[in-house]
Design a protein around this ligand. Sequence first.
Ligand SMILES: Cc1ncc(COP(=O)(O)O)c(C=O)c1O
Length: 341
Amino acid sequence: MKNINWSELGFGYFKTDYNVRCEYKDGKWGELYATEDVNMNIHMASTCLHYGQEVFEGLKAFRGADGKVRLFRVEENAKRMINSGEYLKMAVPSVELFTKACIEAVKLNADYIPPYGSGASLYLRPMLIGVGPQVGVKPSADYLFAVFVTPVGPYYKDGFNCIKVIIDYDHDRAAPKGTGHVKVGGNYAASLDSGEIAHQKGFASVIFLDPATKQYIDECSAANFFGIRDGKYITPDSHSVLPSITNKSLRQIAEDLGLKVEQRKVGVEELPTFSEAGCCGTAAVISPIGSVYDPKTDKTIVYGDGKTAGPWSQKLYKTLQGIQYGEIEDKHNWNTIVDVK
Ligand SMILES: Cc1ncc(COP(=O)(O)O)c(C=O)c1O
């Protein structure tokens, strides 16, 4: 294992030894290969550079209490990349190719998988780009699929931190019938201005609303939204929300723990009725929301004392992390054990 100060790592790029790649040429995928090269030599007229033919994924591998390395729900990420790529008319890797590439990337960089107990984990970034030259707006004929990994630090060094969020009435990350449901680079480009303005105002995240009516909650920056009320886990159903794998897992865990799950339109006016609210995603699992500022009413909704995560958020978080670290039985078969030396 590398000599890295694991607990000091943030959520940023940290160079590892290898990445794995596979190229789609002449109508078929080639062999998966590993490289130490962090650069990609692509044509200047590549469709990924001009027409946004770029999709990506994010998932994590964890070193468990028993020393085993677990990759969390890799097939779900594979399926989501396939959906994203197909929507952009790209050639896509199969679930098998995607999974194999992720496992290889973890194995080849095993020295960078943080130790159990450090709170850190190995983040995997699978990516798929159109690399064939086009000048007209058309899909590429050639594609490059790659997976790189980077160790990332613990999100919470001293327990949960509640975040302050702001409702964004001025930006949409995606159009009503656009690309919000798929993980394409363009959605993130469209969210940058919103994020920067929110940060300048002292908010960690924004709540995007449904772009058609601005009456319903979509999601929180790069995470899904959930609220807890009267024994229910409530989360938005919207075409412009990315189907989060963390949210899918939390819905199952919520049910296992005895909560009723509702996935439906969630009106902005419901925000003050929740006893707890949170953002969920691979990076932090759950970021509990301490308060929501509504610029329309100039009012702030505070959950609990605004600083401490509510009991359900804590339970959901601990259960999901426990499964990822091999401390709690993986009864839904979510983990893939990676055989690292
Ligand atoms: C826009 C958006 N929503 C939600 C999520 C959470 O998804 P997941 O739980 O699969 O990480 C992400 C992160 O991938 C995201 O970028």
